[in-house]
Design a protein around this ligand. Structure first.
Ligand code: FES
Length: 112
């Protein structure tokens, strides 16, 4: 029998990285965990996204970017990314690394 897991994250692989009330709906938060620089974003819907905090163009910190809906715009040269997919919305073929997140009891967890 072949069992295919669609996620490499199991319950015990998630690390608590923030409290939900630490995150703003108007700006991202930069964190560093196990040598990963990560940008966290809380949307108005309450969803939390985590991405590598470095723009694939020339490395701008993406937590400083602007958010409109689920689209993140890098402040340096305006490359845009869909936080849901990680894909760029204005540079075809470019994407950012995403990390799986979950929110439980007002705490934000992510899987590296
Ligand atoms: S560094 Fe992000 S668009 Fe240039």
């Amino acid at each position: 029998m072949l069992i295919v897991f669609h996620s490499r994250c199991f319950l015990d692989n998630f690390i608590k990285v923030a409290s939900l009330n630490e995150l703003s709906e108007t700006e991202g938060k930069a964190i560093k965990i196990n040598n990963h620089n990560i940008a966290l974003f809380k949307l108005a819907s309450g969803e939390v996204y985590a991405i590598e905090n470095s723009c694939p163009h020339v490395g701008a910190p993406l937590h400083n970017g602007t958010i409109e809906g689920k689209e993140l715009t890098c402040l340096w040269h305006s490359w845009c990314f869909d936080l849901e997919t990680g894909e760029s919305t204005n540079c075809p073929g470019v994407s950012i690394k995403k990390f799986q997140t979950k929110v439980e009891d007002q705490s934000v967890f992510l899987c590296l």
